[in-house]
Design a protein around this ligand. Structure first.
Ligand SMILES: Nc1ncnc2c1ncn2[C@@H]1O[C@H](COP(=O)(O)OP(=O)(O)OP(=O)(O)O)[C@@H](O)[C@H]1O
Ligand SMILES: [Mg+2]
Length: 273
């Protein structure tokens, strides 16, 4: 499959602080790509650049072949987006919120209302459709924002911590929906701190640390590269301990490149296992 999203040498600086440092990677149509990293690693900042909310300091983003970094209007309304913070019009109902956002993206009419109701049913939210958004619990708001992000015929869907705050049943249903959307050919980028979101869902992942892309690859490569125990969670924890090398141009993608960093570490490198 072809690359649907291409990110080249992307950087974001806030008043001299570099939140995202020169990262490059591509994502194929129908792929579920996970962004991982410790708090403050730059995941949300990267997602905000992808969705046109932040202008990159430098670098390029191409979506479906179109360069969008300096033309956010090309992506606004064309991507399904779930931001990290739940946002919605408090005085509008759940249904009005979802329908309003879908209509802004050009998705109007009975087809999309039905789509919305199907998702609300799946997430056990049907009884909430006429409740005011502002009166919902945190997890209910999260689930409604998720429905809003996926109600439409978006080719790419970007989800910043989709299961954060969801109960176990809604989180499992969310994973099922994400998997189904990818099977329909939609490109999914998600960030998460939840092991079960990442271990069984993501085709590939990128690990950010202090703005640098320190790993790019699939689950097996991640485990082979970082975990002697052979578990996904252990691999992620070990990967988070890797020191950046001051350049994101060469993330670890293979076991061999890892060993060059791990087996013969410099004196102060943290490589405990
Ligand atoms: N608008 C901003 N102005 C200044 N600094 C910012 C801004 N947005 C983010 N940052 C800083 O950039 C860094 C990366 O933040 P970001 O929100 O991308 O992290 P994250 O990886 O999404 O973390 P988390 O897992 O906690 O959501 C943080 O140190 C943060 O304080
Ligand atoms: Mg974040």
């Amino acid at each position: 499959m072809k690359d649907f999203i291409e990110i080249s040498n992307l950087k974001k600086r806030f008043n001299g602080f570099e939140a995202v440092s020169d990262i490059s990677f591509s994502i194929k149509s129908g792929e579920i790509f996970a962004l991982l990293g410790p708090n403050g690693a730059g995941k949300t900042t990267t997602i905000r650049m992808l969705t046109g909310l932040f202008k990159p300091t430098s670098g390029f983003i191409k979506i479906n072949g179109e360069e969008i970094s300096n033309r956010p209007e090309l992506v606004r309304g064309k991507l399904g987006v779930l931001p990290q913070e739940n946002a919605g019009y408090a005085h509008l109902t759940v249904k009005e919120n979802i329908i309003f956002f879908a209509s802004l993206a050009g998705y109007k009419g009975p087809e999309f209302e039905q789509m919305m109701y199907n998702y609300l049913d799946e997430l056990d939210l049907r009884d909430f459709s006429d409740r005011k958004f502002g009166k919902l619990s945190g997890g209910e708001k999260r689930a409604v924002c998720l429905v809003r992000a996926i109600t439409g015929h978006y080719k790419a869907i970007i989800l910043d911590e989709p299961t954060s705050g969801l109960d176990i049943a809604r989180a499992a249903k969310t994973r099922e929906i994400i998997e189904r959307l990818a099977k329909q050919g939609k490109t999914i980028i998600m960030s998460s701190h939840i092991t079960s979101d990442l271990e069984h869902l993501a085709d590939r992942c990128g690990i950010l640390k202090k703005g640098e892309l320190i790993f790019l690859g699939d689950k097996d490569e991640l485990i082979a590269s970082f975990s002697q125990k052979g578990t996904f969670e252990d691999a992620v924890i070990k990967a988070f301990k890797v020191k950046g090398n001051g350049s994101s141009k060469e993330p670890i993608t293979k076991r061999s490149s890892l060993w060059s960093r791990f087996r013969f570490p410099k004196k102060k490198d943290d490589h405990s296992s």
